[in-house]
Design a protein around this ligand. Structure first.
Ligand code: PAF
Length: 284
């Protein structure tokens, strides 16, 4: 596996792959601290592309709190070993100054309709940071396929919207969330949970399943019933020691508030547990 730190080198490498044999390039952007969920994205990318490139870059622009950026786990050596074993062709792991060069007038990509709701309410600026860094990475790599996880559903929708609105010539593939045996969605943040918080953490997914079952049981009362089901889920989370940020039912397509005729819906939740913020989602 090639390891590349320089943005011009990664652009040249990807250009070379494309030029040599018109090889299809699948790209998996990550912030490292790789777990089985990331490796599922890599497996998908290997099925989709002749070449697979993974980036590991802890993007300062998407952190709204400096302590969160500081605390974010950096495990590059272990990540590189996992990616090499998974058959990745190249790893791009730039320094922040490589992605945000000094003296370069900053620019920002924003998808206003999706960046200020749900996660965007408690994390101002986060999605501009995500859209901007993914646009920069897409411009360097110019992949045929970009692979993202459904675990970060709002991020997935944001990237799809950005690609459609700005005519990026890339297909976005979504890979289902990978879960622990007890239902907890895999996340780099799970490692920050204390032992007792880790035991309680699967309650987030259980609350979503219970709320989804309650919504599905009363299709004639959609969308009115959603407020009751999500209020119950928030209450259940509070009883289990979480501080819920939101539990909401939204349209799958654009995360808008559901109307009476909408049937493609998703429950999304974010909640704090002992200083760690967890998110999860479940389609109705
Ligand atoms: O999901 C992530 O790990 C990040 O938000 C991403 C897409 C790599 C952008 O920094």
């Amino acid at each position: 596996m090639r390891i590349v730190h320089d943005r011009r080198q990664v652009a040249a490498l990807c250009r070379e792959w494309r030029r040599r044999d018109s090889q299809l390039l699948a790209f998996v952007p990550t912030m490292g601290n790789l777990h089985a969920g990331h490796l599922a994205l890599v497996r998908h990318a290997r099925e989709r592309g002749d070449r697979v490139l993974v980036s590991v870059f802890v993007n300062p622009m998407q952190f709204d709190r400096p302590d969160d950026l500081e605390r974010y786990p950096r495990t590059l050596d272990a990540d590189a070993r996992k990616l090499a074993e998974a058959g990745v062709d190249a790893l791009f792991c730039p320094e922040p100054t490589e992605m945000y060069p000094e003296g370069c007038v900053p620019a920002r990509v924003t998808v206003p309709q999706l960046s200020g709701i749900l996660e965007g309410v408690s994390r101002p600026g986060h999605f501009d940071g995500v859209a901007t860094v993914v646009a920069k990475l897409f411009n360097l790599v110019q992949p045929d396929v970009g692979v993202f996880g459904e675990k970060d559903y709002q991020q997935l929708k944001l990237i799809e919207a950005m690609v459609a609105a700005l005519n990026f010539p890339v297909l976005i593939d979504a890979v289902p969330t990978v879960r622990e045996a007890d239902g907890l969605a895999l996340s780099s943040r799970n490692g920050q949970l204390s032992e007792s918080a880790r035991r309680r953490a699967p309650e987030l997914y259980r609350s979503l399943r219970e709320a989804a079952a309650a919504c599905v049981a009363e299709p004639d009362r959609w969308p009115a019933v959603f407020a009751e089901c999500t209020a119950q889920a928030r209450e259940r989370l509070r009883e289990s020691g979480f501080e819920p940020d939101y539990v909401e039912v939204r349209r799958c397509s654009d995360l808008g508030e559901p109307d009476a005729g909408d049937r493609e819906l998703i429950l999304l939740a974010a909640a704090w547990l002992g200083g760690t913020r967890l998110i999860d989602n479940l389609r109705l």
